[in-house]
Unconditional design. Structure first.
Length: 300
């Protein structure tokens, strides 16, 4: 179970431990408050492992530990939960490095971990449950780096589902709604990210979009996250069902409002979908260079 420092991973690790399972829970930092909380609240069956999904050495060390402890039994389930995003901005304003980091954690890290554990999963005829995002299915404004990595992850897991069927491995995707997890609801974190983004933007882009444009996006996102759900149990239950149900769903959609969102996405025209996502999530103001007052000033 990856990404157990906070949020879904931490809550799921605790839940599975209470149910009596042997859990290998990976965290970024063994001394983090989340890791210490798991040590305090879980039984000795739970093993905490340090892993940064961008580091092959970390992944290999975790794979060796799990292989050594499950070789005779195989591994019943893998939960790919670790995820990363620290950029809320138009694709044009998002540095290339941010796209790469999202891909490294959300896609390549999960791919390497999954491939490494597949021999153990095949021998047990086990399960793979992966936490993706509706942002990987729809073009949420200002989430291109994160969304593109989750789109790649969702497609990868759909491919694994089809290819691993003959081995008896069942693969499920979890596409949660909006929940309070980790740094997602910390305004100070997002304000810092915004300042760093503004400092890194080329002058031409800053002129074209305007600093107030980036400020506005950030404020809308912070407002949006205030309505995020604190109770993570719907997601934990979906992950657990993916691991234990005789016939788990291919996709789980825990969270409110996802039904209407997917209906609009699948059946209504593109412009309706775009309007809905802007109304629901972030509706950026016009970039500075496109505003009438800017044109009037240029003419003067």
């Amino acid at each position: 179970l990856s990404g157990c420092d906070s949020g879904f991973g931490q809550a799921t690790a605790r839940h599975l431990d209470i149910m009596g399972f042997r859990v290998f829970a990976s965290v970024l930092d063994l001394q983090s408050p989340g890791a210490q909380e798991l040590r305090r609240s879980c039984s000795s069956r739970l093993t905490l492992l340090q892993m940064d999904l961008t580091k092959t050495d970390d992944i290999q060390r975790v794979l060796q530990h799990i292989q050594a402890h499950t070789n005779s039994t195989g591994l019943w389930g893998l939960v790919n939960n670790a995820g990363f995003n620290d950029t809320i901005a138009d694709a044009e304003l998002s540095p290339l490095g941010k796209f790469r980091t999202c891909m490294e954690v959300n896609f390549f890290g999960s791919l390497e971990l999954t491939k490494g554990l597949l021999p153990l999963l095949r021998s047990a005829g086990g399960r793979i449950v992966t936490v993706s995002s509706p942002a990987g299915d729809m073009p949420f404004p200002c989430l291109a780096a994160y969304g593109a990595s989750k789109a790649a992850l969702s497609l990868l897991m759909d491919t694994f589902r089809s290819e691993l069927q003959p081995w008896g491995i069942k693969v499920s995707l979890i596409l949660p709604g909006y929940y309070k997890t980790g740094t997602t609801c910390d305004p100070a974190f997002w304000n810092l990210q915004k300042q760093q983004l503004l400092a890194s933007l080329p002058q031409e882009l800053l002129q074209a979009y305007g600093e107030d444009y980036v400020e506005e996006i950030n404020q809308q996102f912070i407002q949006f996250m205030k309505v995020a759900v604190e109770d993570l149990s719907a997601v934990v239950n979906s992950i657990t069902d993916g691991l234990l149900a005789a016939n788990p769903a291919v996709r789980y959609y825990p969270g409110q409002g996802l039904g209407i969102m997917y209906f609009i996405h699948r059946y209504l025209p593109y412009f309706v979908r775009d309007l809905f996502l802007k109304g629901f999530f972030i509706n950026p103001k016009l970039p500075r260079a496109l505003r009438r007052e800017h044109h009037n000033n240029v003419k003067k």
